[in-house]
Write a new protein. Structure first.
Length: 325
């Protein structure tokens, strides 16, 4: 089979398409014939040697969200069968024609969405759901600020905020195209955080009060400003640092009953499997009901994995970037 690997850290060009033996599922495992692989920004960082969301090791083979058809099952697997269409997140060896995963980690692909869209469910979809529901605990009528609102997770958060009855959805991103995209998904207000004074536009939109919840994944001064844009008793949930910097938070900035919380989906998966399972059910309900619709920005062949990483690092995508074997 074909698989994408890298034997050094560096630019996207270190990714190479190689030949490898097709893996064989062990007990409790499933072999999936890949139809689409969703590309996550964390894989771009690990390719550079940054241990984000998992170790950065050599030789490396990026993980991702894999949608496809069950080709073979290992001993003890009875929840799926050969021929089922499924999707799952894998930590490594994901950019490949065949992928091994634990049977317990699978979603059935819902009717009405294709393989590319389905790749939004495991990591981006569950991250978005737990950021806004489990961590931020967004309530109907509350206001929410979503940074990187046009990205693979952000575009889902905008739609989830709408589905949850948010009173005001403020989407922050860079550039007119991304802002228009976020507005088309349900954002009430859009702001360009590449422009000076963007935070004042958020304050003006909230009548000077600030937002009830800020969902932040950019880092740097965007994080600092997001914390300061929350209202008294507001919550900031930090679930990434795409800019590569996580600044210290001044305790004085949160004395007026503000909360800053870090979020890891892997932590929820490991510590609260019941919460994870309930979130999976709620996420699938949102998708099958049409309240949340994953958007695929681009589908590229597996051999163009480097181009997919370049696209992710350019921050120009609207929604999901997908590789197709």
């Amino acid at each position: 089979m074909r698989i994408v690997r890298h034997h050094e850290f560096g630019a996207p060009s270190v990714l190479r398409l190689e030949e490898a033996d097709t893996p064989v599922p062990g007990p409790g495992q499933v072999l999936i014939r890949t139809e689409a692989v969703g590309v996550n920004f964390a894989e771009c960082q690990r390719r550079q040697g940054i241990p984000v969301g998992g170790p950065a090791t050599l030789p490396g083979s990026p993980g991702g969200d894999v949608a496809g058809v069950v080709e073979q099952v290992g001993d003890g697997v009875d929840r799926v069968a050969v021929g089922d269409r499924v999707v799952t997140g894998v930590a490594h060896d994901g950019y490949a024609e065949y992928v091994i995963t634990q049977a317990d980690w699978l979603f059935a692909v819902p009717e009405g969405i294709d393989a590319g869209q389905a790749t939004s469910l495991p990591i981006p979809g569950q991250t978005a759901y737990h950021v806004i529901v489990t961590a931020a605990k967004l309530q109907p009528g509350e206001s929410v600020l979503i940074t990187a609102a046009a990205g693979g997770i952000g575009h889902l958060l905008v739609q989830m905020a709408k589905a949850l009855g948010a009173g005001q959805i403020i989407a922050a991103a860079r550039g007119a195209e991304k802002l228009a995209f976020a507005a088309s998904l349900g954002a009430d207000v859009t702001v360009d955080y590449g422009e000076d004074g963007w935070e004042e536009k958020v304050r003006a939109a909230t009548g000077g009060r600030g937002v009830d919840a800020a969902l932040e994944t950019v880092g740097g001064d965007i994080l600092t400003k997001s914390v300061n844009l929350t209202a008294p008793f507001g919550r900031t949930v930090v679930y990434g640092a795409a800019g590569g910097e996580l600044p210290a938070i001044d305790v004085a900035d949160i004395f007026d009953n503000r909360v800053v919380m870090g979020f890891s989906m892997w932590g929820v998966m490991g510590e609260k499997p019941d919460v994870m399972a309930e979130g999976a059910r709620e996420l699938l309900d949102m998708v099958t009901s049409g309240k949340v619709r994953p958007v695929v920005h681009a589908e590229l062949p597996l051999k163009d994995a480097a181009a997919a990483h370049e696209l992710m690092e350019s921050r120009s995508q609207l929604g999901r970037v997908v590789l197709v074997p």
